[in-house]
Design a binder for this molecule. Structure first.
Ligand SMILES: NC(=O)c1ccc[n+]([C@@H]2O[C@H](COP(=O)([O-])OP(=O)(O)OC[C@H]3O[C@@H](n4cnc5c(N)ncnc54)[C@H](OP(=O)(O)O)[C@@H]3O)[C@@H](O)[C@H]2O)c1
Length: 496
């Protein structure tokens, strides 16, 4: 791997401590960092190099999953870390930063390959990119890359504007937009695992009845009120993570040709999604907000009673959507997506439900967390003649414990210059295009905001969205159906 200077904006922030340092440490231990590697952390607060290194070590103690850190390995790891005070708005700070970067490159005798990682609020992205360009930080005789975190814009016009600004300093091949769902091993290996699961169970993709994609959280808005109340579930989860999951699944079914580039296929999926018109949004989208309720036996407040949220906030904490893909394979297969906060369970799951003429109902279940794997479930469809009285589930494949996590995989890819599992601009733009009529309909209040009790599966209207088509959400329910199996997992089958 080529020598690299990793310039980290937001080095004192939450994401750096929680994800970036632990990922870098594991890469270092696995000898996956470049042999010549230098990191320069940036922030407004005054820190010496030693304090910065001690803070990084502290965040590893708090957040890293690695056990038994060897002091010698730790010292070698931290040796690469320097800190520099920089206010993103002060041009002179970039000039001093350039001097430090060059000084470190000279000390290490390495080529000026620079990776700029923006772990800061999105309102700072344009300023930083412009200053990297103007200061000369981005014009050295090596490669340069820009890694940015979501959110990428807050609607279609702002995303386009941001992209134009970034393109003045970095071209598309140099921009790495992190969507950490794309770094999840199960998402990356979904195609291969899905195809072996399908053949193992003798299931043909022609018989798919519907697809359901769910990402649910039990947490509420927590300390992120300022950001979340302007984003909502639609911007925080749906426009990026959920549509990325849909793209990754849709390029695999019926069968991806391995030689074709992932980015082009994903773009094709987004282009064939049937667009929504603002006036039709209420037929295909359910908007919800959590009220008070119970999570794990404890009472929790409703969204508008949370600190920092206005009493009259109409922000969405839940969205359910029905999507149709206009291509010969997908044309009769509805895709349902839902995501929300303060729901009954924390999970990310894709369910493929198969058509059934018989009394038995088949599902393939792709768990993307917390227990990554693929399982098959056969249950009673409710039609007469079945002697199956409880669902039978079998695990077909699982992700082994101890394999790298999303940030480790994505940072490693960015260091290698592999953009496969980053969100490309075309996909981001097409996602915003699809979502924009929903944002317009929300703003003009063209669809109701349904309040759902915390600790449930969301508003009843989300269930009705599927019932209209003769389906139900696949939800594991606690065992009330059959006492003999208390504690086992149940699925509700096809509508009778
Ligand atoms: N935290 C997460 O789990 C998470 C998850 C997904 C995406 N993200 C995204 O990651 C980015 C960072 O989030 P975060 O949670 O780490 O935020 P954070 O904890 O608020 O940290 C923000 C960082 O930005 C720096 N900063 C702020 N204003 C600055 C300025 N004018 N000049 C220079 N540095 C400045 C702060 O350093 P000083 O205070 O020292 O200046 C701090 O290091 C955001 O885009 C967020 O949306 C975060």
């Amino acid at each position: 791997m080529e020598p690299t200077t990793f310039v980290l904006f937001g080095a004192t922030g939450d994401l750096a401590k929680r994800k970036i340092y632990p990922a870098l440490y594991l890469l270092f231990v696995d000898q996956k960092l470049p042999k010549s590697f230098s990191l320069i952390g940036l922030g407004r607060r005054e820190l010496s190099d030693e304090t910065f290194q001690a803070n990084v070590e502290q965040s590893l103690s708090t957040f890293s999953k690695s056990e038994g850190r060897d002091p010698e390995v730790m010292r070698n790891f931290l040796r690469a870390f320097r800190y520099h005070v920089l206010d993103v708005n002060r041009k002179e700070d970039y000039t001093k930063l350039l001097q430090l970067v060059e000084q470190r490159e000279d000390e290490l005798n390495i080529l000026p390959n620079r990776m700029f990682y923006l772990s800061v609020g999105p309102e700072l992205f344009e300023t930083i990119a412009a200053n990297i360009h103007e200061s000369g930080l981005g014009s050295a005789n090596g490669w340069k890359r820009l890694v940015i975190e979501k959110p990428f814009g807050h609607d279609l016009p702002s995303a386009r504007q941001l992209n134009i600004q970034l393109n003045q300093a970095f071209d598309e091949t140099e921009i790495y937009r992190i969507d950490h769902y794309l770094g999840k091993p199960m998402v990356q290996q979904m195609g291969q695992r899905l195809h072996s699961a399908l053949s193992e169970q003798d299931l043909g993709t022609r018989n798919i009845a519907n697809i359901q994609i769910t990402a649910s959280e039990t947490l509420g808005v927590e300390e992120r009120a300022g950001y979340y109340d302007h984003a909502g579930a639609i911007r925080d989860m749906f426009q990026n993570h959920m549509l990325q999951l849909l793209m990754m699944l849709a390029i695999e079914l019926p069968n991806r040709s391995s030689v074709v580039e992932v980015g082009n296929l994903k773009k094709k999926v987004m282009k064939t999604l049937k667009p929504l018109h603002k006036m039709d949004v209420s037929h295909h989208i359910v908007r919800g907000q959590y009220g008070e309720g119970e999570i794990n036996g404890g009472k929790v407040a409703g969204y508008t009673a949370e600190p920092g949220i206005a009493l009259d906030s109409l922000n969405d904490t839940f969205i359910a959507a029905r999507l149709k893909v206009d291509d010969p394979f997908w044309k009769d297969i509805p895709i349902y997506i839902r995501t929300g906060k303060r729901l009954k369970e924390k999970l990310t799951r894709i369910v493929i439900e198969f058509k059934s003429e018989s009394p038995l109902q088949d599902h393939l279940i792709v768990e993307i967390g917390p227990n990554d794997g693929i399982s098959f479930q056969r249950s009673n469809s409710g039609k007469e003649g079945s002697d199956v009285d409880k669902p039978v589930q079998s695990k077909l494949s699982a992700i082994k414990a101890g394999i790298p996590e999303a940030y480790e995989i994505l940072i490693h890819d960015a260091l290698k210059g592999d953009k496969t599992y980053f969100a490309h601009w075309d996909e981001v733009e097409l996602s915003w295009e699809w979502v924009q009529p929903i944002l317009d309909a929300y703003r003009e209040n063209l669809l109701p905001l349904h309040i759902y009790p915390a600790g449930t599966y969301g508003p009843n209207e989300s269930d009705k969205l599927l019932e209209q088509d003769g389906f139900h959400w696949f939800d594991f329910k606690s065992a009330s159906v059959n006492d003999a199996n208390k504690g086992e997992l149940y699925a509700y089958g096809h509508k009778t």
